[in-house]
Design a binder for this molecule. Structure first.
Ligand code: SF4
Length: 535
């Protein structure tokens, strides 16, 4: 038991460390998304939906193969979702109600439902894949909350640190990222944790599709529970088993449910239980749960029907016929995002890209683009710009929904085009002097020009030079909605090939200028300073 706790905490610690390093953009590329790539249902259903073989997801195959040797030890020792639920179970405690027998095997039905949707070409894996769910919990809710609390604590001790001359502490700033959907994610997990009142590890036991997949390989693992003839049949082990894997006759084990947690061995007064490989002294095979075919079929059909309704676009009929159409005209995708059709099949909504985003511009969307796009990442320039010198989102994406780009390619991964709203622009509409968008544009895509009848220079965007980074929208001094807004028109999204070469072929002219290196060639010297600036 102690060994298991140590392994569990080490694994959870590694998972959180990699998540934090992703946020600090300092995790090694091969490791940043390692845990997400270990999730069997995430891997299988993503490949099924996209009909692509994704080599990067090989760790999931290793996990599945481990079922032959160690049964569901991955769930009991390594999975951060399982460890988190174990912790929640301890806090919440067990209720008196016993879960109904029919719940057994629900994981298969969840898997069949998601599989049906995937076969119909829609990935709903984000609804139940454990590593997608748990990454969202820690990446979008728990770690930002911890940073928020850390920032508040630093603010409290800052004056004392200042007095003591501890400059590192006095000037320490912790900027906690904030994400949309955080309360929704927290609510989902509150419900998952509350299920502990019905049974320990309720999620792992009854609902987890990855657990169900691993169980397929765990019918008779090499290392499994074995009971010697010292057993008196007292049944203590059966009552203590958190997974309900021991049958009425304590000699019999349902290995598909057993996590190798050794709880049974720790409570056995006769020391009759071992988990070593070797010959079997007594029968250990219980009749394994066999899901009713009709239920599986109905679940699969349910998933496929949901997919057809969602994808056929009850709310977005045009998306079904035009595969390149954007679900909503204003949705800006991260640089390197695959064409929309492929992005939605490959994105598992783990939120790693959002956690890794240094400016916090990447946010999960709600249902404005339908169920198929829910919780997928979008750039929100008014909140923060998308730095064209940053490749963090693509480097952290476990499935390749966002392509990993070199810095040179990143510059050419145009995410949209800035458009000036002349009704709101201070220069165009109120004839006030303003140079902010021109000043902050790293592509030097904005020119200030003289127009007949307007006494000040007004901004014009060169669409071929605009990378869609959103610096202009972020810093536009007009309140509420900016007077210059990036929309996805003209975005460059490729599933293969070079962004730079494609950009050149399309006539784009995307080059970064060093800060302060903007041309300002058209600014009239008589314009004077921008609002809020003095000579
Ligand atoms: S695009 Fe973002 S949310 Fe989607 S799979 Fe990649 S990292 Fe996860």
């Amino acid at each position: 038991m102690v060994v298991r706790r140590v392994v569990q905490l080490t694994s959870l610690g590694l998972f959180l460390t990699l998540l934090s390093l992703a946020a600090a953009a300092s995790a090694p590329d091969w490791a940043v998304d390692l845990f997400q790539r270990m999730d069997p249902s995430l891997a299988a259903l993503t490949m099924l939906a996209s009909q692509k073989w994704i080599w990067a997801l090989w760790p999931a195959a290793v996990v599945l193969a481990s079922g032959l040797l160690f049964g569901r030890a991955f769930c009991g020792y390594v999975c951060p979702m399982g460890t988190t639920i174990d912790g929640a179970d301890k806090i919440i405690g067990r209720g008196k109600t016993k879960p109904a027998q029919w719940l057994r095997g629900m994981g298969w039905l969840v898997l069949a439902f998601l599989g049906g949707a995937a076969l119909a070409g829609v990935s709903l894996v984000f609804l139940a894949a454990p590593l997608s769910l748990i990454t969202r919990l820690y990446g979008l809710v728990a770690l930002p909350a911890a940073e928020l609390l850390g920032g508040a604590a630093v603010d409290i001790v800052r004056p004392v640190a200042d007095d003591l001359g501890l400059n590192w502490l006095a000037f320490w700033q912790i900027n906690a990222p904030r994400f949309d959907t955080v309360w929704f994610v927290a609510g989902v997990f509150a419900a998952i944790f509350a299920l502990a009142r019905l049974a320990p590890r309720f999620w792992c036991r009854y609902l987890c599709p990855s657990g169900a997949m691993l169980a397929l390989f765990a019918a008779k693992p090499l290392i499994r529970r074995r009971v010697s003839d010292q057993c008196t049949g007292c049944g203590k082990c059966r009552r203590a088993c958190p997974m309900g894997a021991i049958e009425q006759n304590p000699l019999l084990t349902n290995h598909r449910d057993c996590l190798l947690c050794r709880t049974c061995a720790s409570v056995c007064p006769e020391n009759a239980i071992s988990f070593l490989p070797g010959p079997i002294a007594l029968p250990t095979k219980a009749p394994a749960f066999s899901p009713i075919r009709r239920q599986l079929l109905l679940s699969g059909v349910g998933g496929a029907s949901t997919a057809v309704l969602a994808y056929g676009g009850l709310q977005l009929p045009r998306a079904a016929s035009d595969k390149t159409a954007l679900p909503t005209p204003m949705l800006l995708r991260p640089p390197g995002a695959l064409p929309e059709h492929d992005l939605l099949k490959l994105c598992v909504r783990c939120g790693l890209c959002m956690s890794a985003c240094p400016t916090n511009t990447l946010q999960p969307i709600w249902f404005e683009a339908g169920l198929t796009a829910a919780f997928s990442p979008t750039i929100t320039p008014r909140l923060a710009p998308c730095d064209p010198r940053c490749t963090a989102c693509g480097q952290s994406c476990p499935t390749g929904a966002i392509r990993p780009l070199t810095l040179g390619e990143r510059v050419w991964a145009k995410t949209g085009t800035a458009v000036v709203d002349r009704q709101r622009c201070l220069a165009w509409n109120q004839h006030k002097k303003c140079v902010v968008c021109d000043e902050v544009c790293p592509y030097d895509a904005i020119s200030l020009v003289q127009q007949p009848g307007i006494p000040v220079s007004v901004p014009l965007v060169d669409a071929d030079k605009c990378g869609g980074c959103g610096f202009c929208e972020k810093f536009c001094p007009v309140r509420n909605k900016a007077a210059i807004v990036v929309n996805p028109l003209g975005e460059l999204r490729l599933d293969h090939g070079s962004y730079a070469q494609n950009g050149v072929m399309r006539g784009l002219n995307l080059h970064l200028v060093p800060p302060g290196g903007q041309s300002h060639g058209h600014v009239s010297p008589t314009n004077g300073p921008a609002p809020g600036f003095t000579d």
